[in-house]
Design a protein around this ligand. Structure first.
Ligand code: DGL
Length: 258
């Protein structure tokens, strides 16, 4: 199958995997699709989300004629990966919290998970922790307000440091953790701001490199990159166009849903 690589998220979070993808696959055409009409996903009910994610991903796969779908969203992946793999005709690469590498490198055996409300409480996340961090203490912190701050940053506005400080404070109150998993793709975009709030020496870990590595393994051949890459959105939004343009994407086309 030869087509572009399709990257999907609710909003601009999936843009945090674009640099790792371009480093590994510099000649591949990319298409970005986001469900900005329904962002944020992290506080929505699971049954609603499952239907929505399937509808948007199916439409984006059809519109882009892609060779692979990268679900650059932990909230969507921890809920709907199996379903997407079952229903779509292209390979699907998911994004799940980087619990495994975080646990492997933690010296204090205490790690933090900073993610959306949905992701911190999913059975998928429980399984990851049981499987890869059974001997660690894991402090889970739901930090939904950070999603809007990442959107602000990419729209060219200054994120609100007080909101970031308040959202991350429960991590630092938990004691001796030395590693924090950024389990929402929006959060690596804010890593400099999150690091400002962290005690000295705490490491922030995300899934960007692992996603790029996995995507490169999965694709057989992809369409060659042209001047600009295309994008799709579910609602008009000039702030989104600005963010996409900074990452080399054309202004989004409207994505029709069935
Ligand atoms: N960027 C998404 C994630 O990785 C979701 C953000 C949201 O829409 O709540 O979970």
């Amino acid at each position: 199958m030869s087509g572009p690589i399709l990257i999907f998220d609710s909003g601009v979070g999936g843009l945090s995997v674009i640099s790792p993808l371009r480093r590994r696959l510099p000649d591949a055409a990319l298409v970005y699709a986001c469900d900005n009409a329904m962002m944020p996903y992290g506080t929505r009910p699971d049954d609603w989300l499952v239907k929505r994610i399937l509808a948007v991903c199916s439409a984006a796969v059809a519109a882009s004629d892609c060779c692979v779908l990268v679900v650059a969203c932990n909230t969507a992946s921890t809920l709907a990966l199996d379903l997407l793999r079952d229903r779509l005709e292209v390979p699907v690469v998911g994004t799940v919290p980087a619990i495994k590498p975080a646990a492997a490198s933690s010296r204090s055996r205490h790690i933090g998970l900073l993610a959306t409300s949905a992701t911190v409480s999913r059975p998928y996340t429980d399984r990851l922790i049981r499987e890869f961090a059974a001997d660690c203490r894991v402090t889970r912190v739901a930090a939904d307000p950070l999603v809007a701050q990442a959107e602000r940053l990419l729209a060219g506005e200054t994120p609100d440091r007080a909101i970031i400080r308040e959202a991350t404070a429960p991590l630092w109150a938990a004691g001796d953790l030395d590693t924090v998993v950024l389990g929402c793709t929006h959060f690596p975009l804010l890593s400099a701001y999150i690091a400002e709030t962290a005690p000295h020496g705490v490491r922030l870990v995300d899934s960007g490199e692992a996603i790029a590595r996995r995507t490169a393994q999965v694709i057989v051949s992809s369409a060659p990159r042209g001047e600009r890459d295309r994008s799709f959105a579910t609602a008009p939004d000039t702030r989104l166009s600005r963010a996409l343009s900074a990452f080399g994407f054309d202004a989004p086309q409207w994505l029709p849903l069935d």
